[in-house]
Design a protein around this ligand. Sequence first.
Ligand code: HEC
Ligand code: HEC
Ligand code: HEC
Ligand code: HEC
Length: 98
Amino acid sequence: MLKVLGLTVLLSFSGAVLATSVADSHTEMAGCESCHQDGAPSSDMAYENETCISCHGSMKELEGDAHKQHDGVITCSDCHVVHEASPASGSCTSCHQP
Ligand code: HEC
Ligand code: HEC
Ligand code: HEC
Ligand code: HEC
């Protein structure tokens, strides 16, 4: 019981975004098909990025400067590496000089 409790506390401190990847959280909600057509990745991820927008809205509708500054410039998966448990905020330096 104590062990179970300890794990729960650890997970809630590290935060849901870090504890599990976006792909895992979404697969749990609605399966691989929630983002991949027939569950199989496309070659250019255009289909996948359309699914993000259909559920969350476009970048100009989303909260936060990171979204509004990139509306029409880049796509969701340029920052959200959804199969990795890493925060999107870590992606900035891959395009901008630190
Ligand atoms: C939240 C939407 C989402 C879900 C759910 C999801 N994926 Fe993905 N997947 C992506 C995106 C976006 C990429 C592009 C790389 C990245 O951002 O991680 C990708 C990449 C992939 C790739 C690599 C393709 C390549 O060409 O590099 C495979 C394989 C894959 N997904 C399989 C799966 C499987 C199997 C599941 C279910 C267990 C799944 N995905 C669930 C969005 C998703
Ligand atoms: C079928 C609808 C649906 C699709 C498609 C979808 N999402 Fe989500 N997403 C949700 C829901 C529901 C939640 C949980 C509630 C919330 O935070 O809005 C969520 C949560 C999130 C979160 C918060 C962290 C987490 O893992 O829960 C991020 C980041 C996210 N989505 C990004 C994306 C990205 C990027 C894509 C496309 C690759 C995508 N979503 C596709 C419905 C969707
Ligand atoms: C310029 C990079 C960037 C792009 C492009 C981007 N995001 Fe984000 N997004 C972030 C950052 C940074 C956060 C803050 C949390 C983090 O660091 O993961 C965030 C947070 C989110 C959240 C809330 C996560 C939570 O913890 O509740 C959702 C949902 C989300 N983004 C969806 C999207 C969708 C859908 C798209 C495409 C339409 C998109 N994002 C494009 C950088 C980006
Ligand atoms: C995939 C590449 C890419 C990623 C990742 C990325 N950006 Fe950008 N960003 C761009 C491009 C392209 C522009 C538009 C051209 C420009 O103004 O440099 C831009 C514009 C901006 C601007 C507006 C700059 C201006 O002069 O108006 C800011 C601020 C910014 N990004 C911050 C961020 C932050 C913070 C992150 C991480 C959350 C991030 N970017 C991630 C490519 C990226």
